[in-house]
Write a protein that binds this ligand. Sequence first.
Ligand code: ATP
Length: 560
Amino acid sequence: MEGRPRLPSYGTTRNSEYQYGVSRDYAISSLVVPNSEHIDLSKHSTEKIIELSPNKRYAKLNCILGKGAYKVVYKALDREEGYEVAWNGCQTSKAEYMELNDEIEILKRVRHPNIINFHDCWYNNTEIVFITELMTSGTLREYIHKLQILNLKIIKRWSRQILKGLLYLHSHVPPIIHRDIKCDNIFINGAHGEVKIGDLGIAKMKKGKNYTVIGTPEFMAPEMYDEKGYSEKVDVYAFGMCLLEMVTGEYPYSECKNAAQVYKKVTSGIKPECLDKVTEPQVLDIINNCLLPENERWSVQQLLETPFLLAEPEVLLLSTNDQKNHLTMQVVFKGMDRLSVKFEFNVDTDTAEDVVNEMIEEQVIPERYQQLITSEINRILRELNKYAPGTEDGKDDSHHIWKRETAMEKELAAADDRALEAERRAFILEQQLAEKERKLENEKMIFSNSAAALVEQDIPSTQVLKKSSYNDIREELTAEEPYSFREDISNDRPIEDLVRDVCINSNRNIDKANEWIQRLKGQDIMTVGDLRELHDEDWNGLGLTVLACRLLKNTLYGKS
Ligand SMILES: Nc1ncnc2c1ncn2[C@@H]1O[C@H](COP(=O)(O)OP(=O)(O)OP(=O)(O)O)[C@@H](O)[C@H]1O
């Protein structure tokens, strides 16, 4: 009918329950497989090759991964590379296949981490077979059903991946339009949290088959219904619906009973009811922008630059050495805050965690990207087979903890050594200082003794200073020498006269003289005669120093 849209057959594309019913579980049922004998899969506990590609490279196994309204997907083997792949079979005519030739050639050249790889394609008399990358964790819709409502962090990460895939497609000239973006066509690789767009090019094939209107009504932009032509913006509209499903866990327009109701609402500009459940303003803003009329609707690039989806850093591997243990990587922030950080990574000594922590400490990357950049580095290490398992996202990281502890232990041991060495050096210094002090004391003593000796014995100072030790000088000074009596000093002389003369002659001051006088008088020695009467042993009891005694004796007995 002119000007009226062809409505899709509702039960096949819309009903998510139906989509679910034909996923992996289906592999144990009995079914008729095109171009093969009737296989009762329940009787096949082990996988078997049931068909080979014309070039013999791909081997189809008796394991069905899923079945949609249009195609049956089997597990298969790439016998050249040893990979598991997906064998997609779509019933079609040879003529339709020939019409798709150009498009298939383009699809073969599409290569992006967020788009399921398209490896090969051929026609086998009844169906087009195309070989694609195998996804092991199911579709985004299955995830939403499993997790009910995804958290915003996952939504943000997966949305970015979907949009990056779309950005790549839309950047072709002319743009490659997916035409059937929906959560069933987005596949998850659960182990690494990767998201890939699948079913690329299938929409066109479906159209060729005159199967239904292209796409899925709930995800179709209004301009897709009127056959006046549309642009890559239809993928943006469909992405908005995917985001709505991710954030609410509800299929858009589930309030509608059939495709006609959906069509009516979409073409009248009535939004899905579940939009009211979106509470996060940034997400709501994105969805509303995706659902705007085509000429106002944002581009994928604009969506990627909204605050919610903005510029998550990517880590690129720039170069490696032959052993792949010295890597040069770069953190690239795309979007508004353009920034890039290049760094070296030694696989044998570095860990992603340590390197990222260092970058945060050095303030070259914001802390909020710590986990993301760490897992990006680990992703690269994994791709190079240089990744130690169990280290990602702050999970148990025994290998790296071990590395860190070893490094820490080494550091502590080195610090201990340094402390011991410092203590040892301090001890030696103390000893040297004490030794110096002792020497200084000795020298002081030597100096004062020798000065006294010089006074007492009139020894030239140079001679005294040549003496090597205090003991030598002391020995010399205290050595017994013969005394002779001096008759010019009368025995009646008051002892204080003698003492004062001795002190004056030996450069001792009056205080010293009074001290000696006091000690001598304390022993009843009042005159020179009293002193002369003393025996040698009495001198020791006077309380005078050896030198004082010697000086007094020298004066009394005439020794000069
Ligand atoms: N590359 C793949 N790796 C693993 N499983 C896949 C892959 N492609 C498809 N499947 C599985 O096969 C099922 C059917 O695929 P799909 O939904 O793309 O078929 P379809 O006929 O195009 O569907 P539609 O009903 O949307 O037209 C999917 O739900 C999924 O479980």
